[in-house]
Design a binder for this molecule. Structure first.
Ligand code: UGA
Length: 432
């Protein structure tokens, strides 16, 4: 099928590339010309394992194209995916400015009847708005039908998730539209949930909010486990074996971050508010996470109330491993608080340092290895569980740190092992 994808952020680019991988012809449209130029050369603007290779291969097969022109990008296409950003507005709601602009541009460049599929995470009812908005700007009599097709991929495993997801959700009001969108995914061989527009939009928010709830729940229990002398990892393992609970997303840590959970939980709350519907569970999930993102600072200050001129090594900055994404990363709050308290932060992240400069205080020193960051530091703090950090030789902490003290916000190491190396080790939800 001939498809265009508007917006080449995480969702748009991965979707476009993966659709070409199964044989569709896709033109990705993005208003950023610089980005378009480099994508044409097969260079992805985001770090995502396997993406560059897949991009290059499909450009070579002449199935994947990039343009900043709607006219060129929509030429001959029967389906248009919208995957533009829906960032958080000041009041917590989703900002639909980019979406509205995309609708207008689609309408102005229509040369046939179209199906427009929204991949962006949008408030319930937005797809109806998309249909109205496009229809309002159509001047040549063509017709548009809309479908909702929310995305469930995770950054860092986006390609794997696209081909191995648990389900594909498609919402539309007409069977013919559902059929058309289902046919795009035929060769994915994944279960397809076909539903109405509003339910599809809601499934996305409900899923992210539920996953965020699992994380805040386990973090709250982890904090209690510390007081009780229990170990949250053993508790998670015991709980997770109950299939009604499931063993995923029960890992205690420094809270969730990234571009999705914080934004989507706030947007859901704001959707509720606009209908006069309180959502105390979602509110407390957000509040618990706010506190959890800085819980390691409390532990540090308890250990060392005076941080003035202390050299602190911060290991891992990205909101999770395998991404350079710093949006809402817990490391931001932690580094800022350490610097405010007078500490000298030496940070190391395998790939997120460049992006981190936008978010972290100017005094942050960026090192090029764990060794370099921890050498002579008063103590080290782990914020992201990169493989490289999880597999770091524990004896080196004892050897290189000024004091053998490690704060681990991601429970990277086994307690018995740490004890063998004489490290003072403070992790999350586990005995000290
Ligand atoms: C999340 C969802 O998992 C995807 O299904 C969804 O498509 C995406 O949001 C989105 O809406 O676009 P992502 O934000 O890439 O994906 O990252 P996750 O792997 O879900 O992790 C989110 C955060 O939760 C990270 O900060 C991670 O460290 C934290 N987390 C995750 C925990 O603290 N504990 C866990 O057990 C799992």
């Amino acid at each position: 099928m001939k498809i265009s994808v508007i917006g080449t952020g995480y969702v748009g680019l991965v979707t476009g590339v993966c659709l070409t991988e199964v044989g569709h012809e896709v033109t990705c449209i993005d208003i950023d010309e610089k980005k378009v130029k480099s994508m044409r050369e097969g260079i992805s603007p985001i770090y995502e394992p396997g993406l560059d290779e897949m991009m290059k291969a499909n450009i070579e097969r002449q199935r994947l194209f990039f343009t900043s022109s709607y006219e060129e990008g929509m030429e001959g296409k029967e389906v248009v995916f919208i995957a533009v950003g829906t960032p958080q507005s000041k009041d917590g709601s989703a900002d639909l400015t980019y979406l509205n602009k995309a609708c207008k541009s689609i309408a102005q460049n229509m040369k046939r009847d179209l199906i427009v599929v929204t991949k962006s995470t949008v408030p319930v009812g937005t797809n109806e708005h998309v249909e109205q908005e496009i229809t309002k700007h159509i001047t040549n009599g063509f017709k548009v039908k809309v479908a909702s097709n929310p995305e469930f991929l995770r950054e860092g495993s986006a390609i794997y998730d696209t081909f191995n997801g648990d389900r594909i959700v498609i919402g539309a009001e007409e069977e013919a539209v559902l059929d058309k969108v289902r046919s795009i995914y035929e060769s994915f061989n994944l279960p397809i949930v076909s539903t109405d527009l509003r339910s599809a939009e809601m499934i996305k928010y409900a899923s992210n909010a539920f996953l965020a709830t699992k994380i805040s729940f386990i973090n709250e229990l982890g904090n209690l486990c510390e007081k009780l002398g229990a170990n949250i990892e053993n508790v998670s393992a015991g709980m997770g074996m109950d299939q009604r609970i499931g063993n995923k997303f029960l890992q205690a840590g420094v809270g969730y971050g990234g571009s999705c959970f914080p934004k989507d939980t706030n947007a859901l709350l704001s959707i509720g508010k606009s209908y006069g519907h309180d959502m105390p569970i979602i509110q407390s999930v957000i509040d618990t996470n706010e506190k959890q993102q800085r819980i390691i600072v409390d532990k540090i200050k308890e250990y060392s109330p005076d941080l003035l001129n202390k050299k602190v090594a911060v290991l891992g900055l990205a909101f999770k491993p395998n991404t350079d994404d710093m949006r809402d990363a817990p490391s931001i709050k932690v580094v800022r608080e350490l610097v405010d308290a007078g500490a000298e932060v030496h940070a190391y992240d395998p790939i997120a340092s460049e992006n981190a400069r936008i978010f972290l205080p100017g005094s942050t020193v960026y090192n090029s290895s764990v060794d370099e960051a921890i050498e002579d530091a008063d103590f080290a703090v782990i914020m992201t569980d990169w493989k490289e950090i999880k597999e770091y030789e524990l004896q080196k902490f004892t050897k290189l740190l000024k004091n053998p003290v490690l704060f681990d916000g991601r429970n990277c190491y086994n307690l018995q092992e740490v004890a063998q190396y004489g490290l003072s080790y403070y992790s999350i939800g586990r005995p000290t």
